[in-house]
Design a protein around this ligand. Structure first.
Ligand code: HEC
Length: 108
């Protein structure tokens, strides 16, 4: 019994609900940029799990925006349907991560 305990702990760690992005969006062996927890929890429900958007409703992101404009857009919101998010809600380093990640997706 003893020797199975570490395995049981590892299973619990892998299925932690704190880490939905790693589990649902990225294979464990997939190296490279990944979505932040903020993206998964906050952005994906409108822009899609890979930021692909929905034609005519939600734009694909980051589009042609540079990183600074991408972040500024999230801070200010846009139009009637894009809410503003504070750094407390979505930290800068998450947005920088997500910008880099989205760029790699759009470049494919
Ligand atoms: C409630 C739905 C919703 C959520 C949540 C949301 N967005 Fe948006 N977003 C929109 C809509 C709708 C637009 C288009 C606004 C317009 O142009 O009028 C938009 C526009 C944008 C744009 C501008 C795109 C461009 O090319 O001008 C960026 C960047 C963006 N969103 C990033 C994000 C990020 C990052 C998050 C998560 C922190 C997020 N959005 C969360 C609905 C949403």
């Amino acid at each position: 019994m003893r020797r199975f305990l570490p395995f049981a702990f590892a299973l619990v760690a892998c299925t932690s609900p704190e880490d939905p992005g790693q589990r649902t969006l990225v294979r464990p062996d997939d190296e490279g940029p990944k979505p932040s927890d903020s993206f998964v929890a906050t952005c994906a429900r409108c822009h899609g799990p890979r930021g692909e958007g929905t034609t005519g409703v939600y734009p694909a992101i980051p589009g042609a925006l540079d990183e600074a404009t991408f972040i500024a857009t999230v801070r200010s919101g846009k139009g009637r349907a894009m809410p503003a998010f504070s750094p407390e809600q979505v930290p800068d380093d998450h947005l920088k991560n997500d910008y880099a990640w989205l760029k790699t997706l759009r470049a494919r």
